[in-house]
Design a binder for this molecule. Sequence first.
Ligand SMILES: [Zn+2]
Length: 472
Amino acid sequence: MRTRLVNLRVPADVATGNGPDTVPADILIEGEKIAAVARVDERPGEAGERRIDLQDQLVIPGAVDGHVHFDDPGFTHRENFASGTRSAAAGGVTCVVDMPCTSLPPVTCRANLEAKLAVIEPKAHVDFMLWGGVSANSMDQPDWIAGLEQVVSEGVGAIKVYMLSGMETFRDLEADRIEEVLRETRRLGIPVGVHAEDRGLVLALTERLISEGANTPLDYADSRPAAGEVSAVSTLRDLCRRTGARVHVVHVGAGEALDIIASAHGEGLPLSGETCPHFLEFTREDLAAQGALLKTAPVVKTDADRERLWLGIANGDIQHVATDHAAGEWPGEKHTGSIWTDYGGVPGVELLLPYLYSEGYRKGRIGLARLVELVASAPASFFGVDSRKGALAPGFDADLAVIDEDASWTVSSEDMHNLNRYTPFEGRTLTGRVTATFVRGTRVFNRGAEGRETFGPPGFGRRVKRETMVSP
Ligand SMILES: [Zn+2]
């Protein structure tokens, strides 16, 4: 089956320098792969070739959201793989990488991974990868290394650990145990993603604030200061020095923590970081105004932190952007009567690409090529699938996001597609809207001119395995 997408624009080759950001092109798809991205071709279609006119819209590689919690199986009152991947499709995300810790059983060995796959595979609207994980729970078992080896051989994208976890089923690790994990992951050639907050500091502050009767959103913010991220990330830098393991700090919120990552990178250490749209957009003042709706861990910080993160987005200190999509049951779990027990997390997979397109590219903070790196090619590379995901090039999966660059629209939770619909971005006006999403050459989402939305069938999305290992 040959499909020719016509009347569209693609990002200009950066090598051409100061020309326009986009160039007209055709995209020829054979089966599931891109066969060619060609300058406008006026030849009539070959017999049997299907033509799709994209009406001069922009086409970029589908986004890879490297950090989602779709909670399936186990916590499906919060999210499930069908609703989560529908939301992804509607936002131009063609591959998600699901966390190992917010489903049951956690993905710490082959049997657990297979149990999860059996549940989620029939539900997936877009392609997906899995994170594996190591927790205090799994390390308490004598065969934890065998479990780690199993999930790595099953093709997980990376391994997740926590320095501070609120989950009884996936407890955090002390630095010496993380070092043990890093020695194994270095041997196995797989990167480790770390939730980096200083456990001792945060728990002490939390205990003190609660004992004083503090119970406002800003009290919560005070319990998780920038110093908590800074201390944890410097510990990771030391562990990285000692082990040489590839370490990635997930959801960096503090500018000073990013400074440490940048300087570690400068000294040649394999340490990187990601951030999320909510850290780029919101501050403590927004948390005070929005309350638990914007509660996340780490927590949003100050304008200076936002500015440092945007600088890192532009200059490469931030490797890629992910959402940490984590929806609580709405409204109940977000309104428990105490900021300490309100659910921490926001859904976000649907806004990743629209947010960065609008607030990054269209506001002149980053170029179009950098946008594509941040949401597609850099995460594809991190998860070892950059020979088939993350680029508009022959031989790559035909994973595409189609963007109407002229559309201006207002974010509304009612229009979202995940299970529990709320968003701190409610009411924001964004420029540029995803109107169609293709996964391996098949349209899995379409937003018609009259606003009618159609989705592909669940189960179309396939598991993708890590292909390239980290070389020592
Ligand atoms: Zn997370």
